[in-house]
Ligand binder design. Structure first.
Ligand code: ATP
Ligand code: MG
Ligand code: MG
Ligand code: MG
Length: 469
């Protein structure tokens, strides 16, 4: 049974043998797109080659790109620990053609890799194409021998990709694996497609047209290909398991977290161990790429991820800071493929430890406040907004941490109430400062506070617009 590290190498070598330049992952902080929170797809570092803004040094490339989807347009944070297929940090394997090969070669290679190199059973695979992409459908038919029932036409945006309102765009084709009828969920395009039975493993995007102001205005003279395969998802398939958390890498990380907390990953605790293992990866890789916890922007997303993991460590009864103790296991697993992770190990450990020491000074008291507030609650009840706000403002609980805890117990949080409590508190501080006799500096301070709130930041949801497969 191949390990995750071997599967990554197989993919990259397969495409290198087909004339693709092997390119190391770009950092998680986008170098060429300030509107994007984190790199969330393999194509992001190559964007300028696809738009024509710069000339690619090679016609084909292959990479395993670090991706974080925890904020902005693609936010999988709430899914983690609860679905079999979502992580906040994952590796996206990709092969890219910059005006070189197109649909025929991409589909032919994809099928060879999946069925010959990886040896998957064609009976358990199915594919989707964009509703009017007759060309892709015909190629799939020829290459696989599938009937129309296994080449599903999809009308929605899942199968049509665009870089933004302007720029390259085109149809996608996606490959799905059937994990079997014991798992709930329907095939793509059916009403229960969000279940975990049919899992999307690979997306191939055919950049064929160009948009201006959201209208397709021309056909690209040299169309391109951009693909993304989730390494962890492919690993589940090849290791004969269903959930990404059952793969070799995650089993090792979860074993380390079991060891460090002297608990087993079973029953109610299983989700905590999964969240810890996932968030350990996203936090460590973000810190290695220079993000530090703070109350704004990228640093605030990192803080939310870290504190959520720390909340789960507390739930497992960890008496001392936990996260930094798991870093050596992560580095042992992933440091060869990502030397930047190994180099940053001491810094990652320090950053995690400091944050956990700091958060633990308020975590216990915040949890006590939460427990008191939900006393006598029945499933479906809603925590009031003022308490959620106090938890955020005084105890350093980001709203989504409170929501995660509420969800775990079958409750929800009054988000409108939270927002109005926050607005009231801003108004109060504004009035308070009015009387202070100062002007210039306080105005500046209030502007910053208005922009950020005391500990809450959610501005990126509004501005992020591009960059995904
Ligand atoms: P899904 O529909 O399952 O959420 P997606 O359509 O959002 O996936 P794409 O944007 O097409 O995913 O990304 C390309 C590939 O990256 C997917 O086919 C999948 O294998 C992988 N992938 C996407 N999101 C995640 C995630 N949160 N965790 C792990 N792998 C992921
Ligand atoms: Mg998704
Ligand atoms: Mg999808
Ligand atoms: Mg997709």
């Amino acid at each position: 049974m191949p390990s995750l590290n071997e599967i990554r190498a197989t993919y990259l070598n397969f495409f290198a043998a087909d004339g693709h330049e092997k390119v190391h992952s770009a950092p998680l902080v986008p170098q060429n797109d300030p509107s994007l929170l984190f790199v969330n797809a393999g194509m992001v570092p190559f964007k300028d080659y696809f738009t024509g803004a710069s000339k690619p040094p090679y016609p084909r490339a292959t990479s395993s790109q670090k991706c974080v989807r925890a904020g902005g347009k693609h936010n999988d944070l709430d899914n983690v620990g609860y679905t079999a297929r979502h992580l906040t940090f994952f590796e996206m394997l990709g092969n890219f053609s910059f005006g070189d090969y197109f649909k025929e070669h991409a589909i032919d290679r994809a099928w060879k890799l999946v069925t010959q190199e990886f040896g998957l059973d064609a009976k358990r695979l199915l594919v989707t194409v964009y509703i009017d992409d007759d060309e892709a459908a015909a190629i799939w038919k020829k290459v696989t021998g599938f009937g129309d029932d296994k080449i599903i036409r999809i009308a929605g945006s899942d199968n049509f990709w665009a870089m933004g309102d302007s720029g390259p765009c085109g149809p996608c084709t996606e490959i799905f694996w059937d994990h079997g009828d014991k798992i709930p969920g329907g095939p793509p395009g059916s009403p229960d497609e969000d279940g975990d039975r049919y899992v999307e493993i690979w997306n191939n995007v055919f950049m064929q047209f160009e948009k201006e102001n959201d209208q397709i205005v021309r056909t690209l003279p040299k169309p391109s290909v951009d693909t993304g395969m989730g390494l962890e998802r492919m690993t589940t398939v090849l290791q004969g398991v269903h959930s990404v958390f059952e793969t070799d890498l995650f089993k090792t990380l979860i074993a380390a977290s079991e060891d460090a907390t002297s608990t087993k990953s079973d029953g109610e605790r299983a989700a905590s161990h999964r969240v810890i293992a996932d968030h350990l990866r996203s936090s460590s890789f973000l810190i290695a790429d220079g993000v530090t916890p703070s109350n704004e922007g990228r640093g605030y997303v990192l803080r939310r991820i870290m504190r959520r993991a720390m909340r789960h460590a507390h739930l497992l009864g960890a008496a001392d800071p936990l996260m930094h103790r798991l870093v050596p296991t992560l580095v042992a697993q992933m440091g060869d493929a990502y030397p930047e992770l190994a180099r940053a190990q001491p810094f990652i450990e320090d950053t995690l430890k400091q944050e956990e020491v700091r958060f633990r000074t308020t975590l216990g008291r915040g949890m006590a406040l939460f427990d008191t507030a939900v006393q006598g609650f029945k499933p479906g009840d809603m925590l009031d907004g003022q308490t959620a706000f106090t938890l955020s403002d005084t105890y350093g609980f980001p709203l989504d941490l409170t929501q995660d805890e509420a969800r775990r117990r079958g409750f929800s949080v009054n988000v409108d109430g939270f927002e109005s409590a926050m607005a009231e508190q801003r108004q109060r501080s504004r009035e308070h400062w009015k009387g202070s006799g100062q002007t210039a500096n306080t105005n500046e301070w209030l502007a910053i506070r208005d922009r950020m709130g005391p500990t809450v930041f959610n501005g990126y949801d509004a501005i992020e617009g591009s960059g995904e497969v």
